[in-house]
Design a protein around this ligand. Structure first.
Ligand code: UFG
Length: 325
């Protein structure tokens, strides 16, 4: 098959492109390069530079490259920014998806994998979240992902398109330093940034109802995540009748902020800068851990990397991007 990977020059998309190629599939990257990096696209993989909001451009890409499946990774993903710029998030994530789905339908493409997020769950008060739990996002970002899932399911049902919604948990690490996340919006890179500035990392609150008082998250290595996309695409291609599948992509294992900060400190050898507890950050659920039962039952997939691999590879990526420390 020939898969169009939107956002394929970004952190997650670049990993998906490699996983697809390893699986023997053809990849075409579509990216507006607003946050992506063209140099991460393999030389023999076509790169179409443009926006998912540009319908004429999308139509050209579909027909020029004879696309047979879509993996839609492009999107805006910063929770805080989505609160400050809700309309921008709705345009990029919702109108962008709508435009892409219109082009997908028009091109007669029958497989569509959508990047969703654990942010659709909001603040669930359970040990592990299962896919059938009610969704109650608490940020415009999470809302755009939930609306996106609705749109994908409705369009799939109407047009006989097999669709997968993958709810990512906390993505970390890199398959190689060049592919590491260039942003500093999540816990691990934020700790590196503090270290680089000679400052102590911040822990946002230690009075949560968890064993060490800090928030618990389910971290997933980006390479495992990228392989889940390939398996989801293969699952869709093998379905006798088109349907939707919605899956958590996590390991089903929680790690506290304190444990992660200690691991990152050890890996980067910054013991001289112990963490300091500061105020809670608004909107953080105490615990967000996936049930990974459904994904392991439905797909030929299992996470292979633990949190140490994520911390070590993220550190190598950081050193690559900040060679002078
Ligand atoms: N944290 C700190 N100190 C920091 C940075 C983060 O204590 O310097 C804490 C946060 O408060 C949170 C945990 O580390 O408790 C993880 O925070 P991240 O910002 O790394 O990730 P989130 O869990 O907030 O968000 C992630 C993704 C979102 C997605 C969400 C789903 O980044 O895109 O999971 O719940 F929406």
């Amino acid at each position: 098959m020939t898969y169009l990977i939107t956002g394929g020059a970004g952190y997650i998309g670049a990993h998906v492109v490699r996983a697809l190629r390893r699986a023997g599939e053809q990849a075409v990257v579509l990216d507006d390069l607003s946050t992506g990096d063209a140099s991460t696209v393999p030389e023999d993989t076509p790169l179409a530079i443009g926006s998912v909001l540009d319908r004429a451009f999308l139509d050209r890409v579909f027909s020029e490259h004879r696309v047979t499946g879509v993996i839609h990774v492009a999107g805006k993903k910063q929770v805080g920014e989505s609160v400050a710029r809700p309309l921008y998030y709705y345009r990029e994530n919702v109108t962008g998806l709508q435009t892409l789905l219109e082009a997908t339908v028009e091109a007669g493409v029958k497989n569509f994998v959508f990047s969703s997020s654990a942010a659709v769950y909001g603040m669930p008060d359970v040990d592990v979240v299962t896919e059938d739990m009610p969704c109650a996002p608490i940020s415009p970002y999470g809302e755009t992902k939930l609306v996106g899932e609705w749109m994908v399911r409705a369009v799939g049902a109407k047009y006989g398109m097999a669709t997968a919604c993958l709810r990512y948990f906390n993505v970390a690490g890199a398959a190689m330093p060049e592919l590491s996340d260039s942003g500093v919006f999540n816990l691990i890179p934020m700790v590196f940034e503090r270290f680089t500035a000679g400052e102590r990392p911040h822990i946002f609150g230690n009075d949560y109802p968890t064993p060490d008082g800090t928030c618990i998250r389910d971290y997933i290595h980006v390479e495992d995540l990228s392989e889940a996309h390939v398996e989801a695409a293969h699952y869709l291609a093998a379905l006798p009748t088109p349907q939707n599948i919605t899956l958590n992509v996590g390991r089903g294992e929680g790690t506290s902020v304190l444990d992660m900060v200690e691991l990152v400190t050890e890996v980067s050898r910054h013991h001289e800068l112990p963490p300091v507890v500061v105020q809670r950050r608004p909107g953080d659920p105490a615990r967000l851990v996936a049930s990974a039962d459904l994904i392991s039952a439905k797909l030929d997939w299992k996470a292979r990397h633990g949190i140490r691999d994520m911390a070590v590879s993220a550190w190598h990526g950081w050193l690559h991007r900040h060679p002078r420390g």
